[in-house]
Design a protein around this ligand. Sequence first.
Ligand code: HEC
Ligand code: HEC
Length: 191
Amino acid sequence: MRLGFAICLLPGMALAQQVTVSPEDGLAAWDRIFEVVSHPRCSNCHTGPSDRPMWSGPSYGQTRVHGMNVRAGESRIGAEYIPCRTCHVTAENARNETPHAAPQVADAWRLAPVEAHWFGQSSETICEQLRDPERNGDRTAEELAEHLDHDVILHWAWTPGGTREPAPYSLEIHIRDLRIWGNAGQPCATD
Ligand code: HEC
Ligand code: HEC
């Protein structure tokens, strides 16, 4: 009898113990996450169903689609058109100091998956997307945080070089915020 009771309670208790951050602090962390993911250094590649990367942010002047009629295609790497790597060379220790040169990182330069649609999207929409396993690469908030630390494109976004404006805060703060948001149960303003 006692044992059965304990088994019934345990899953709920485990869940309650994981949620250690208040919804308010979770939403405050989300607001900072949104500032990052909506920043041009991130959203220029997260263009969703459109297969056209964007050129936006202070160093570009006006917001427009990537020049030279570049399209990413279904491959997201431009395999059907001009491959991204024609100009965005995959290079270790790339310096990216020349303004208006194509950024280079030690990974294949490509567009983000269609589901991760952030360019021009609201905070609420992106929040719902990032907590939906069907649309976030089947990752928990903790798995997202760990994944980002190993992503060289992310490291570039905070040290883009040239005249490009880095993404706000820092990679460390962004990863910390993802963990805070996760510990709060991934709240969104729509809840
Ligand atoms: C013909 C050369 C060329 C090809 C092909 C190309 N790019 Fe670019 N790309 C550039 C140049 C040059 C810039 C920088 C323009 C500037 O700073 O004014 C750039 C900038 C970008 C940016 C903006 C980065 C930022 O936030 O500052 C993104 C995103 C991007 N490219 C994605 C892609 C993707 C994805 C592909 C393949 C589908 C691709 N590019 C193919 C030349 C190219
Ligand atoms: C050069 C294009 C590019 C830029 C710039 C870029 N990303 Fe991405 N992003 C990708 C690609 C490609 C993937 C899919 C590959 C993967 O998941 O490792 C991805 C996936 C992700 C994912 C996985 C979530 C999901 O819904 O699939 C997150 C989170 C993410 N990016 C965050 C960021 C953040 C934060 C920034 C800016 C600091 C950023 N990205 C800038 C190309 C980019």
